[in-house]
Ligand binder design. Sequence first.
Ligand SMILES: [Zn+2]
Length: 372
Amino acid sequence: MRSLRIDMHVHMVGNGFAGSGGWLRLNGWHHWLARFMVRQLGFPPDVIHGNLERVYARHLLEFVRASSFDAIVLLAHERVHDPDGKPREDLGSMYVPNDVVLDLADAHPEFLAGVSIHPARADALDELDRCLDRGAVLMKCLPNCQNIDPSDRRYRRFWERMAEAGLPLLAHTGGEHTVPIVNARLADPKLLRLPLECGVTVIAAHCATKSGPLDPDYFDDWAAMLAEFPKLYGDISAMVSLNRCAHLRDCLRPEIEPRIVHGSDFPVPVLGHRMWLDGLVSWSSFRQAQRIPNPLERDWQFKKALGFSGEVRTRATGLLRLPDGKRRYSEAAAAHGYVVPRLGYAEGPHFGNGSLYSEPLREVSRRRRDSG
Ligand SMILES: [Zn+2]
């Protein structure tokens, strides 16, 4: 099978407007941040209170089709739970039910479903089996935001079932500033030893780097674990940023790069300014990449400019639990050679949808639909 070029860390966002059961609750800094992201992405300003799921998914689909990616993993977002399994609707800023991403993945070959299940839930194993049946490619959680201690012995059976099914775990590691923290202690990648010992392939999101200046930095702990656990990986999502880019070059070290998978953390903004200020990329590379209007492509082009190989974004093909339908799609894509051409982004605006819906892009979408 041809390797797919995958962005394996893209958040689905929604407010439950059309009855998905999901919700979005934004206070203070998070409300400001959401408005900033909406503006940057060129969405209608009132979208947060309208049919956010639909607008968001449509924009995202256009971003993927107009990028050099074949597919993205779209992530659901579980609610906070107590360790005894009680859901805490009073905590957390959003809930994206698994069916939202499973339905979108059914509808579009460009989307792969990353489900999210708190292992303390009374129905955790049933929900896991249901999501496996429906084609989940990975399970995502944010231990420090959803109150999940991956090392809790009570979750052993859950991790074993994931290992049996070949479903990888994408776990947030390190600090976090876009979703409220419930238990900061759970940002530590060393807590992932239990799922690893159970045989789960674990991808530590952000390679356990720190988000804010006061967070502990777990990068070296994570890097030390790589030698012990051959099924441990890290993603470089949200690392083209002002706060997390410090370790991006360390991820190119020969003992680390083979364990890196590419993700963007969309809709987290892609800002390469500090990479240029720190001398990680030249002025011309910075200018060229920062002007790319498509955030998925912009994020990848910064990483490429820094020196990451194409393998970093195809590696997920071998790690994810790709359903047969998605495999057929990729094989058909290889046979027909309908790879989306890379667009000349150099003259586009930073953001907004001015160039996003230009005629050539619609052409590309139609061509892909016809041949798929
Ligand atoms: Zn994320």
